[in-house]
Design a binder for this molecule. Sequence first.
Ligand SMILES: *[C@@H]1O[C@H](CO)[C@@H](O)[C@H](O)[C@H]1NC(C)=O
Ligand SMILES: *[C@@H]1O[C@H](CO)[C@@H](O)[C@H](O)[C@H]1NC(C)=O
Ligand SMILES: *[C@@H]1O[C@H](CO)[C@@H](O)[C@H](O)[C@H]1NC(C)=O
Length: 286
Amino acid sequence: MRYVAILPIVLTLTAFILSMLCLFAGSKPGYLEQANLLTLNTSMLGHNVVNAPKTSSKTLNSIGNSVQKDINKAASDVAKAINIHDFYSVHVLDFCEGYYTPSPIANTSSTPAKNVTSCSNQTALFHFDATAILQQELKKGINLTELQWPSAVQDGIRAAALASKVMFVVYCIGTTTTALSFIGALISLFALGRLSALVNLAVSMFACFCLMVASATATGIINRIVEIVNAHGTDIGLSATKGTTFIGMTWSADLLMLLVSFVWLFFFFKGRKEEMSYVPEGKEVY
Ligand SMILES: *[C@@H]1O[C@H](CO)[C@@H](O)[C@H](O)[C@H]1NC(C)=O
Ligand SMILES: *[C@@H]1O[C@H](CO)[C@@H](O)[C@H](O)[C@H]1NC(C)=O
Ligand SMILES: *[C@@H]1O[C@H](CO)[C@@H](O)[C@H](O)[C@H]1NC(C)=O
């Protein structure tokens, strides 16, 4: 038994678990909700239109009147009035939605907490199409364009569709090769030599590369969408926050695989050095 192989075993197992959690976070309401890519805060979406003296839409006018009556409640929840949710959190395979409790707006005595009410079905090659999702939920008779939904947000989210698909595929390859890397490390517990170190080095470097591309794509999508939403959404009460937990988890998994690659590189060179000094005497390598 080569007990030094325990180090890459532990590291690859941790990287594998982390990348699986990145993939399957949000698979049911509340499950690893904090590991989302980003959260859209729609709790005040439409407040500008609803509170405007006269809008072109009858439905919006009547909602406006009922919300106005509610005005004493500091944070009258416009989202509920127009039938949408307070927030939409995006995950790799699905999205979750829910309401902020006790209220969407923080004050001195309470901070908003997410209460997830449902998550969409997990689908491969998932892409979060906010425009379609919101339009579908909106109260009959209200149109997103009436809420002055910015076209820049729509375009930005649409532009991320291809990147989302690439991200999913690379995550799958990265997670699979991380699993292979774990199996390779297990095998080397019984057969650690230069060849096994070399094979393991190649597999873990490839896993590291895939997780790096996946993490970079995810980070790019997150930064881009959050930037666009916050630049164009403030006026209509729309905002977005980055999922820093997710970003931390995905890069940690990648960093672990980089570490594993260095471990195998070290074993490979160590093996070669020992081979050069021991082989003439006919001793076993390592
Ligand atoms: C803070 O918000 C909560 C929930 O909306 C409310 O019950 C509470 O009275 C508010 N406190 C202050 C100081 O405004
Ligand atoms: C949600 O957005 C509203 C309006 O932009 C903001 O006042 C509120 O603090 C946000 N709530 C959370 C929990 O981010
Ligand atoms: C969360 O939502 C569910 C269903 O709407 C509700 O029953 C529950 O009381 C809520 N939890 C909190 C803490 O408000």
